[in-house]
Design a protein around this ligand. Structure first.
Ligand code: NOJ
Ligand code: CA
Length: 709
């Protein structure tokens, strides 16, 4: 399993430790070089993936990158199964081989550091450990020095290494062409942009090599540590960990014993394997929540899009427009308060009639006249409704219709203030029938100087997950750090936005048609996204927003419910837009949120993704296929269906002549019967998609329905 070969390098005898993945496709090597500096390398099917890459830290009190000796090693392995509370599959296999190297840097006192490698069949995880030790009790990390030495100038799908936001469209360039500053400067609609190092990128970073290897670098189980970004050395193609700092530039304040998050490197010659990998989840700690019976996936509509398209406002006076800080004070002439009791009832009625579990209400509470951009600390108390929003009456009304109301806590970046009110706010939710909260962190973090992705905020996000769990509340975080699989540990943490959501189409140049074909390979690697799909009124000029539009077809909006896994899905458009397309809305009603199985049928980052999923506890399948700005045709065998069983298939496809820009709303709904021998022919329009439901059906039910050909 682990082989150690001793070779002479310079004057020091050094061991090369080799670890193979369970199926032998990945090989990891670890060694100390002649100066006692730890290094690792990784290969896949005998091809190098990462060349000899150095490891270690810069601490405030000194350097931890060299002069080490190996004290000893441990090995371990696992091959077990576990069941997530909710997820893409019913059961997850956790199979790996592990090597832990115990290192010592001799001195007065000695410094101890462990490196723990876990090799799975589809990737590597490794983390550093600082055992309890004399002389290193409290310490400050000023830099982590983990390298990922690439073998060439790979094609990369990247966003800037911004300390405060992930809300960029992806750039696709060779790694040598990364320029995060230029991208940040061309995105004025992102409220807060802090790109200190133009040569840095965020993770998850997706790459493809010239000879067809797919490599994804991210991290798992981000606890009490800042998010990792990657500095790109454009000449040598070396990526180096770059941690998000605190206001004075330090990265992490730690105590021994401590383990860092896992650094993850997923590798395959098939793009589909990257999307089906469970390695990041496997590297997270099991659920901390014992009784999970109250955790429920759900669908919501919301008093939401109407504010983003300026039809109404969050604030009571109706004077604050959605948009850039510069636009903030502009009076919106058509604006009126959205979160009124009567308007909320309209949404509740729609939800009750159309099989939607819940209604999100934003702008219900006092404070929106003063939110971001004003550096105000005590903006919201999360308790006081506007006078035209009747909490008790709406609780009663929603309950009478079997609908839940989703709480909204926009912190406006004032996190000290949120921490101050959190307990009261969750008690208020418990008392008034709210089971779920959407939080938000728009603007600079207050206290001033902290960043969204620094250690201080990571601890806050994790504390919110823990505290909401204690109150039996599920949570959806917007403008949080991007996920790292922590939803395994806190399964009440249903989703995050933490990327450029559909909302950008409402008030910026928007998301290019390829955006949703890249997100699964990047942002979604760490966990579900509240992308807020389901916009049916694609062109927004009808609201007076002549420059704004969603950059997909309507059918693609439907397909996103399958492609972008989330146990929390929003039907983001207005009820009145759904009322005129109830035939298409049927797919949103029907589509499941929790799955027994998922099959990534075809995928190429930036081009197309097709996924089929089997709804939890049923034999119903849903399929979503999306493409970028190009048409996409393919043949997809339905061999995953139960052999011998006939299924009623409903296809929601791009209509003839559909096109994301010139004819986005043309869609066609067709019914056929299919079985496991059927080969589906997908024909997606430019920027298009296809959504399909398949349910087992009797011959009786299939009368008059044609066989799919
Ligand atoms: C940004 C969030 O992504 C969006 O969903 C929300 O409506 C606004 N902030 C206001 O909180
Ligand atoms: Ca493309």
């Amino acid at each position: 399993m682990v082989a150690c070969v001793f070779v002479m390098t310079g004057t020091l005898a050094q061991g090369v430790y080799t670890l193979h993945s369970p199926n032998g496709s990945l090989t990891l090597q670890f060694l100390l070089d002649g100066s006692g500096a730890p290094h690792y390398s990784l290969s896949y099917k005998n091809k190098p993936v990462l060349q000899k890459s150095s490891m270690g830290f810069q601490l405030a009190e000194g350097d931890l990158t060299s002069d080490f000796v190996v004290l000893g090693t441990d090995t371990a392995s696992a091959n077990e199964h576990w069941q997530p509370v909710w997820g893409e599959v019913k059961e997850i296999r956790n199979q790996y081989r592990q090597l832990t190297v115990h290192l010592k840097k001799p001195g007065t006192p000695d410094r101890l550091m462990d490196i723990n490698f876990r090799l799975f069949n589809d990737g590597l995880g490794f983390r550093y450990g600082f055992p309890l030790q004399q002389g290193l009790q409290y310490f400050i990390v000023t830099d982590e020095r983990t390298q990922f030495v690439l073998t060439g100038n790979h094609k990369a799908f990247w966003i800037p290494g911004d300390y405060d936001t992930n809300e960029y469209a992806y750039s696709t360039t060779n790694i040598s062409a990364v320029d995060g500053k230029a991208i940040a400067d061309s995105n004025p609609e992102i409220a807060v942009r802090v790109v200190k190092d133009p040569s840095s990128v965020a993770t998850p970073l997706m790459m493809k090599t010239a000879d067809g290897l797919y490599i994804n670098i991210h991290e798992a189980s981000l606890i009490n540590y800042p998010a990792m970004q990657l500095h790109v050395d454009k000449g040598s193609f070396i990526l180096t960990s770059s941690l998000v700092p605190d206001p004075v530039g330090n990265k992490a304040y730690l105590r021994t014993p401590f383990s860092t998050p896992w650094r993850t490197v997923l590798v395959s010659d098939k793009a589909t394997d990257i999307l089906s990998s469970k390695t990041i989840l496997n590297l997270n700690e099991p659920s901390q929540i014992k009784d999970v019976s109250w955790i429920k996936p759900y669908k919501m509509i919301g008093v939401w899009w109407e504010m983003h398209i300026n039809k109404s406002t969050w604030d009571y006076a109706g004077t604050q427009a959605m948009g850039r800080v510069e636009d903030y004070a502009k009076v919106n002439p058509t604006g009126k308060h959205g979160a009124t009791t009567s308007n909320t009832k309209r949404y509740i009625d729609f939800a009750a009639k159309n099989g939607i579990d819940a209604v999100l209400v934003e702008g219900w509470n006092v404070g929106w006249e003063d939110w971001f951009g004003k550096w105000k600390e005590d903006v919201f108390d999360f308790l006081t409704p506007y006078p035209d929003y009747d909490v008790q009456e709406l609780h009663r009304y929603a309950a009478s219709k079997g609908v839940k109301i989703v709480m909204h806590h926009e912190t406006s970046g004032s996190v000290t203030n949120y921490e101050r009110y959190m307990d009261k706010a969750y008690d208020f939710m418990n008392a008034n029938g709210y089971e779920s909260v959407k939080t938000g962190y728009v603007g600079r973090i207050i206290p001033r100087g902290e960043f969204h992705d620094g250690q201080w905020m990571i601890n806050h996000f994790n504390r919110v997950a823990e505290k909401t769990a204690a109150h039996h509340i599920t949570v959806d975080m917007h403008e949080s750090v991007r996920p790292t699989g922590m939803y395994r540990t806190y399964p009440n943490w249903l989703a995050c936005e933490a990327a450029r959501g559909n909302e950008f189409n409402a008030w910026s140049k928007g998301n290019p048609p390829e955006h949703e074909t890249i997100l699964p390979f990047t942002r979604l690697m760490g966990g579900p996204m509240d992308y807020t799909p389901g916009i049916f009124q694609i062109k927004l000029d009808i609201y007076g927003k002549k420059d704004n539009a969603v950059h997909t077809t309507l059918a693609k909006q439907l397909a996103l419910y399958v492609v972008m896994f989330s146990p929390l899905q929003m039907a983001a458009d207005l009820p009145e837009n759904y009322e005129i397309h109830l035939d298409a809305f049927q797919f949103i009603r029907d589509v499941a949120l929790d799955w027994d199985d998922s099959k990534v049928l075809e995928a190429e980052p930036g081009d197309y993704v097709t996924i089929a999923r089997k709804a939890k506890g049923t034999d119903k399948w849903f399929l979503g296929a999306i493409t970028d700005e190009n048409k996409h045709t393919s043949s997809v065998p339905l061999s995953f269906l139960t052999a011998g069983q006939k299924y009623l298939m409903t296809v929601y496809r791009d209509g003839d002549g559909a096109h994301w820009d010139t004819n986005p709303m043309a869609y066609k709904i067709e019914k056929f019967w299919v079985d496991a021998k059927t080969v589906l022919k997908l024909n997606l329009a430019e920027g298009g998609g296809c959504a399909i439901s398949m349910e087992p059906a009797t011959t009786e039910r299939l009368k008059g329905i044609n066989k799919y050909k």
